[in-house]
Structures are given as C-alpha cells and as structure tokens.
Design a protein around this ligand. Sequence first.
Ligand code: PGA
Length: 256
Amino acid sequence: MNRKYRKTIIAGNWKMNLLPSEVKGYGEKLKCLAPKVKWCEIVICPPSLMLQAALKTFSNARIHVGAQNICTEAKGAYTGEISAAQVKDLGAKYVIVGHSERRQYYGETDKQVNLKVNIAIENGLIPIICLGETLEQREMGITLDHIRLQLKIALSGVPADKIRKVVIAYEPVWAIGTGKTATSEEAGEVCKEIRAQLRSLYGARIARSISILYGGSMNGDNAAELLAQPDIDGGLIGGASLDPEKFYSIILAANQ
Ligand code: PGA
C-alpha cells in the first residue's frame, strides 16, 4: 500500500450469494464495525437485483456499492442485461469488469471487457478491471505477458484524463475460491508489472495514482502480508466477504 499517492480499497464481491432479505442484516452488522475505519474505502458488490437494497442499507455509512457486471451496449434490446447508465442512476459508484468467472463461464472476451470499461467510464462508474492468469499460463511462464496483454486491451481507448477513474484487480484464476493464495511475492511481482505498464501507457504520475487490488482467497490471516507489498493497494474479496466479521478482519488489516 502507498497511501500517499493512492486510495486503499477493500471490495467485497458477493457473486451469486445471499438473498435480498439478508442484505439489511448483513449491512447492520458491517455498519456496527465499520465506523472505526478511516483509511480505506469499503465497497460491496452484490448481485444486481440487490443493488438497491445495498444502496439503501449503506447510505450514510461511507460504504460504497458496485455492480458485478454491465452490458457492453448503452441501451436497447438486450434481454437480461443491465446498463452502465442504469447502475449509475441507482447511485452505485463501481462496477466489476472482466471477472475471470465471466470470462470463463460466459465467454467474455478481452474486446468485450474493453467495451465495458469504456462504457462504465462514460457513465461515471469506476470500473474494477480484473486481470489474471490460469495455472497453465503460470506454469508456462507467461503470466506477465498475459497480464500485459489483458491490461493493454482493457484500457484501449481510455484517455489519460479518464484513467484515474479506474481500479485494477489482479486475480490469479487458480487462486479464486480455491483457498490457494498467491504468495505475497508472487502477487507483488505481478502488481508491480501492472504499474510498470500503466507507467509506460500513461506516465509515472498517473501510474502511481491508480489503486491495484489483489484478489484470490484473501482473508483475515493473509491480508496484512499481501497488503504490505508496495504495489498492492487493497483487495477484491469473494468468499470472505460473505460474512461481515470475516470481511471486517480484512478491512482492519487494510486500515492499519
Ligand atoms: P475469493 O474470490 O476471495 O473467493 O477467492 C475473489 C474474487 O473472485 O473476486
């Protein structure tokens, strides 16, 4: 973390978990814990049909809300999709883009990720852009090449005056939901490379202002070590975000 230049962010990705009727109870528990948090921005990304309930629960609590996905298109005949403008209009601040589960199970391509990044920014949402290599790619030694390519395509068309409005999340696919975490050195090395590429695309001042999160089995036990890496500015948390106390233990590590 480097708070001098960038925000520390702890974001919970609920994925397809919890029920609309459970949002309030979760929120009450987290709100009781979170007032002590000064140094990090807390974000909750619930399923889209719970966005409104989450926004209501977390209003006035300095806990921000984000969607887990948006459509590549602005509006129109796209049954089942939700638009960036709709998410923004509800009052959400963030949207996760290019999560590996969307890439893996729904065939989301780098090109679609790029369209979503741009449409999110155009509509005033902050995209949390997910990048990550598979185990096969790591074993082949092409992790950094793969991440560089994913990042370059994701940011295509994003001008320098808008790039401060993005957050990057490095999420090794093999670490998501598996209980296997990248070592802090492995995660730190990739996040350092992401920043180096941001520097070559947008210059040093901009690169040092962008928050880069780590995601993949982050929990209260490993968070402090991961966050001690200079280029890791927070976490994108799946499993451990479903329980407010477990989530809070990560927030505490980030608030040190
Ligand atoms: P996990 O998920 O914390 O359950 O590994 C992280 C993510 O997919 O964002």
